[in-house]
Each structure stands twice: as C-alpha cells, then as structure tokens.
Design a protein around this ligand. Structure first.
Ligand code: GDP
Ligand code: MG
Length: 163
C-alpha cells in the first residue's frame, strides 16, 4: 500500500500549489477507491522510487452555509482519518494566524505524524520564517516554497521517513 499524505491548513496558505507540485499535475486526479470521500482531490506522487498518494483539502464544497472555521475543521478531520502522514501548511509571509492555532490544537491530539511546513519562504531566511511557528508545539517547522520548489524535496523526505 502506498502511504497517504494529507495536506491541511487554513485557506490560501498554498495547499493546492503544493499538491500540484507533489503530484506534478495541474488537473487533480480523483482516485476511485473505497473509503475515500470525493469532496477532496487525490493524486499520485513519487519521490525517487517511493510512491505515495496525496490529498489536497479545502475549497471543494460550498462553505457559505457552515462557515469557514467549521468547514476547515471538518476537512482537516476527514483528511487526518484517511492519512498516514499529515503535512500542516502555514504561511511564512503572513506569520502565525489564529486559524493555524485552531488546526494545531486539533492536530496535536491525533496520533498521525505531523510535518509542519512553512510555505512561501522563497528568498527568506529559513530560521526567521520558522521562528514564529515553534510555539504551535508540532516540532521543528520546515521552510518551503510550494511555488518555487525550495525545500519541498527535503520536506517530503522527512514526511515519508516519519512513517
Ligand atoms: P490553498 O487555498 O491553501 O489551496 O492555497 P493556493 O495553493 O490556492 O495558493 C494561495 C495563494 O498563495 C496563490 O496566490 C498562490 O500562488 C500563492 N502561493 C502558493 N505557494 C506559494 C509560495 O511558495 N510562494 C508564494 N510567494 N506564493 C505562493
Ligand atoms: Mg486549495
């Protein structure tokens, strides 16, 4: 079985950009296997000879009814249930946001390995970018740029090694 990596995080941190990079696709592939709901995107990824399935969360359902916080919580919970590894993505340019804390509080209670990735870090000092996010209590933040690719391979290595 391929490991399943879920990307979670509040809106606009770059989840879909990371998903597209990891799956090298612009069009997300919708996997057709039992047990996975269809309101998220699933794609196949590969690092060297290691293959994995990637889940992108968020943005696939109308959120007006429930509100963004409830929707985020629901999507995060569903993804964590399905995932072997969770990549929690935050925005290194904006810094720590209240919604990040909400997600972190939930993730800290799960038994899945959590990789804390600080996105949009291109051209910035990795230490400075990371420093804001240590207080989430989810281990050492890894600076990446989903758009440009910096740090993505190292982050993915760490994620797959966390299994
Ligand atoms: P999502 O809502 O979490 O899926 O975020 P998206 O992938 O849709 O990205 C939200 C915005 O952040 C878009 O304008 C992206 O171009 C931008 N973005 C994503 N990754 C990066 C990055 O590594 N660096 C920068 N500067 N912008 C990024
Ligand atoms: Mg998205």
């Amino acid at each position: 079985m391929k490991p399943v990596i879920a990307i979670v995080g509040r809106p606009n941190v770059g989840k879909s950009t990371l998903f597209n990079r990891l799956t090298r696709s612009r069009d997300a592939i919708v996997a057709d296997f039992s047990g996975l709901t269809r309101d998220r995107h699933y794609g196949n990824g590969r690092l060297g000879d290691r293959e994995f399935i990637c889940i992108d969360t968020g943005g696939f359902e109308p959120i007006a009814k429930t509100g963004i916080l409830a929707e985020m919580a629901k999507q995060t919970k569903q993804a964590v249930v399905e995932a072997d590894i969770v990549v929690f993505l935050v925005d290194g340019r904006l810094g720590l946001a209240p919604q990040d804390r909400v997600i972190a509080d939930f993730l800290r209670k799960t038994s899945r390995p959590i990789i804390l990735a600080v996105n949009k870090a291109e051209g910035m000092s990795a230490n400075v970018v990371a420093s804001d996010f240590f207080e989430l209590g989810l281990g050492e933040p890894i600076a990446i740029s989903s758009a440009h690719g910096d740090g993505v391979r190292a982050m993915l290595d760490e994620a797959l090694d966390a299994l």
